[in-house]
Design a protein around this ligand. Structure first.
Ligand SMILES: [Zn+2]
Length: 85
């Protein structure tokens, strides 16, 4: 068993505008939890600079502790984190 990973311990910085990106959504993709980060400063086009971080579901402490965290939610809103079909 690997050590758990908590996505909240990771900061995501944009290599284009040099500011921290914001966690925008969460989705499940098979064995992976996929977190999407985007720039929110209007400098970057999120479609270009968006970052996807994939964490193996079995070691993802954040999703386990907050199972209701929403896919598609913004600014930490709570939701269902529904699986991706
Ligand atoms: Zn940026």
């Amino acid at each position: 068993m690997n050590d758990p990973v908590n996505i909240r311990d990771i900061s995501v910085k944009c290599g284009n505008c040099n500011t921290y990106q914001t966690l925008m959504s969460f989705a499940r993709n098979g064995e992976w939890n996929v977190y999407t980060y985007e720039c929110e400063n209007g400098t970057c086009d999120p479609k270009v600079t968006r970052t996807l971080i994939e964490v193996p579901a079995e070691i993802d402490a954040f999703a386990r502790r907050d199972p209701n965290w929403r896919g598609g939610g913004k600014h930490g809103e709570i939701g269902d984190g529904a699986p991706v079909d």
